[in-house]
Design a protein around this ligand. Sequence first.
Ligand code: FE
Ligand code: FE
Ligand code: MG
Length: 162
Amino acid sequence: MGTRGAQILQIDGKKIIELLNKAFADEWLAYYQYWVGAQVVRGPMRGAVVAELLQHAADELRHAQMLSDRIIQLGGKPLIDPKEWYTHTNCGYSVPEDEHIKAILKQNIEGEQCAIDVYDRLLKLTHEKDVVTYQISSEILNDEVEHEEDLQALLDDINLIK
Ligand code: FE
Ligand code: FE
Ligand code: MG
């Protein structure tokens, strides 16, 4: 990392890299959970739900990219083996065994709620200590809050079907 960029950190860079890698693992698993969910999902409003799931998948992949960029900037390395996603993840991976739209939506809502907690913690930790990571976390948190709301709104609509 650039000299001055490193000097303004008021927090252990290694610790931040570790936490960013945990979030990075979450994002890849979330990406796949959305992507594969969109392939197998069945039920009412399928077209709308598939479109939303794929859009969220693309967002999660973009989050993984943002985290990787920051990890490298801090002198770290993103997890290079997908096996490590499982050992580093905060939020885990929910296998979409039940392909019903409601079950898939519920799994992904839980994932988003976990992601919101992860970035909220990261924000509290980096506040005024690592402004760059703070800004990235804030941008991602905005998306996760929107994701949760989108999925809950879809589930509400589906529950209104008679
Ligand atoms: Fe994300
Ligand atoms: Fe999300
Ligand atoms: Mg959305």
